[in-house]
Design a protein around this ligand. Structure first.
Ligand SMILES: *Cc1c(COP(=O)(O)O)cnc(C)c1O
Length: 365
């Protein structure tokens, strides 16, 4: 018997595994596996979402006009160069579908976000990685990995799961070193958490400076809206035009658009989230650093990578099992080549206290 065969590349995809959300037997679950934010969704977004219920029979505005207008005002951008998507994942997918095909290379950093290789393989393109230095994107390594077949370079800045970032000068050096026909995508999913780093920008100036750089953003992290799927990108006119042609006509749901609009007004919520995140993250890193054998890596996102000894029973896998039994759910990141680490999202102060105590008990067990 013959059967339909998917296009080359698709069966090479290791399906994306989301963070776990349950643990058998545990009475209280503390989910620190998906960087979803400590404070839940923006209250203004919840309110707007509820109100949108009466309109669910209506198709959404396919162009997300109000949302793009509001984003343009907030960030001082051209609304016509903003494209909204069902999460930034959709925009990453559209960019790869538009600019890479069979045999083309999609380049990203060694511990870069897994959506890049997943989507590249989906179009038959070849994902290529460039080594990192100290868990940080290396511009030199990326430039050295470029070939005639390179079509797109992705840099998550700051990166997930490593939490590190490269400076705006380094990003500009990367852009300057890439051929003009290579698309550079700066994935700034965690940009809002970057406070006090004056050498960091999300990349808007590079989008403006040419025809070949795109910045992607998301409502999933700072606004706590991962469940309703909303992302956006700022792109050169021609790239925005391509994405508008390629996207589904109603790619962003109506309640999502309404909630997103309201969230953009919730500056108090954003400020509180950022302040809480920075304070709690640094406190948590300090405390982990006091435990023998553990390293809490520096992070600029709403998560921390904790490194465990590579010793059976004391390693990241054992720590993961121990924490899971207590209802504390971290993220294993072996799929990122970091099997000695667990990525732990920053939750509330109380959640992080419980998580810390569980890690202490593991270390002393
Ligand atoms: C979470 C995350 C995203 C956002 O994904 P959405 O599809 O917008 O929820 C994008 N890039 C990175 C690096 C992330 O960690």
């Amino acid at each position: 018997m013959t059967a339909p065969i998917p296009r080359p590349g698709i069966l090479d995809i290791a399906p994306y595994q989301g963070g776990k959300s349950s643990s058998k037997g545990a009475t209280r679950i503390i989910k620190l596996s998906s960087n979803e934010g400590a404070f839940g969704p923006s209250p203004k977004a919840i309110e707007a979402l509820r109100k949108s219920a009466d309109k669910l029979h209506r198709y959404p505005d396919g162009g997300c006009d109000a949302l793009r207008q509001k984003l343009a005002e907030k960030y001082d951008l051209e609304a016509g160069q903003i494209v909204c998507g069902a999460g930034s994942d959709e925009l990453i997918t559209l960019l790869i579908r538009a600019y890479a095909g069979p045999g083309d290379e999609v380049l990203y950093s060694q511990h870069g976000f897994l959506m890049y290789p997943i989507t590249a393989k989906g179009v038959g393109a070849v994902p290529v990685t460039a080594a990192e230095t100290h868990m940080t994107t290396s511009v030199d390594a990326l430039l050295a990995a470029v070939t005639d077949k390179t079509k797109i370079v992705f840099v998550a800045n700051p990166n997930n799961p490593t939490g590190t970032y490269i400076t705006s000068a380094e990003m500009a050096r990367l852009r300057a070193g890439l051929r003009e026909d290579i698309l550079l995508v700066i994935d700034a999913a965690y940009a809002e958490f970057m406070t006090g780093q004056e050498d960091y920008t999300a990349g808007i100036e590079l989008v403006r400076a040419g025809k070949n750089t795109v910045m992607t953003r998301t409502f999933s992290k700072i606004y706590g809206l991962g469940g309703i799927r909303l992302g956006w990108c700022y792109a050169p006119v021609d790239v925005a035009d391509v994405l508008q042609r390629l996207r589904n006509p109603f790619n962003v749901a109506l309640p999502t658009q309404e909630a997103g609009l309201a969230a953009l007004d919730d500056d108090d919520f954003v400020d509180a989230c950022v302040r809480h995140n920075t304070e709690t993250r640094e406190w948590f890193r300090d405390e982990i650093g006091k435990l023998p054998g553990l390293i809490a890596h520096p992070s600029y996102g709403n998560f921390v990578m904790v490194e465990f000894p590579r010793e059976a029973g004391r390693d990241a896998d054992a720590a993961n099992d121990f924490l899971m039994e207590r209802g504390v759910i971290p993220r294993k990141i072996g799929a990122y080549g970091l099997s000695q680490m667990l990525r732990i999202s920053i939750g509330t102060q109380e959640e992080m206290q419980i998580c810390l105590q569980a890690i202490k008990d593991f270390v002393n067990s």
